[in-house]
Design a protein around this ligand. Structure first.
Ligand code: FMN
Length: 161
């Protein structure tokens, strides 16, 4: 089995590299995959953009055995069932790990626009609880939630095969 990943700002890449270091599996960026890997079993890691796992469509023609999404939301905020159905994962084993985000000022183009709109919506809410205040802070100032321990369920699944 090999690891393939899609990452724009580097958080998912860090998880993919950690997983490779822990398991000894070979690591590929999605765009590096070629016909040579067509029969390889793949564990795919991709970041969430408005609930959609980035890079997933590019690996669908490969032999994907597990999918791991990363995002700024906590595991409780990012409901697995919703992500599975939104991304048409069917019965493929799914994992979610919280990653992080760059500060808004370091994002560019459409990503920056979407995140600033999201922050605006959150700020407009009247009764902001702790989670909403934290989410606004993460968007504006950035947040790094990458932790090796978050990969434990995925590593356990790999070991159980
Ligand atoms: C436009 C945009 C939309 C995002 N949508 C989500 C989302 O729906 N859920 C989530 O948890 N994180 C979301 N994020 C946060 C990213 O998934 C997170 O920053 C991720 O770590 C980026 O991965 P990368 O560093 O590997 O590129 C979004 C970020 C951007 C810029």
């Amino acid at each position: 089995m090999i690891i393939a990943y899609e990452s724009k700002t580097g958080f998912t890449k860090r998880y993919a590299e950690m997983l490779a270091a822990k398991t000894g599996m070979k690591l590929f960026r999605v765009n590096e995959l070629s016909k040579t890997e067509i029969n390889e079993e793949i564990v795919f890691l991709g970041w969430l953009k408005a609930g959609k796992i980035q890079g997933l469509n590019k690996v669908r023609k490969f032999n994907v055995k597990a999918v791991c999404a990363t995002g700024t939301g906590s595991a409780e905020e990012n409901n697995a069932k919703t992500i599975i159905s939104r991304n048409k994962l069917g019965n493929i084993p799914f994992f979610y790990v919280q990653s992080g985000c760059l500060p808004l000022k370091d994002l560019k183009g459409i990503d920056r626009f979407m995140m600033s709109m999201f922050a605006k919506v959150l700020k407009k809410q009247k009764d902001k609880d702790k989670k909403i205040i934290e989410a606004i802070d993460h968007i504006e100032n950035g947040f790094d939630g990458v932790k090796e321990e978050n990969l434990i369920p995925l590593i356990q699944w790999l070991n159980s095969r």
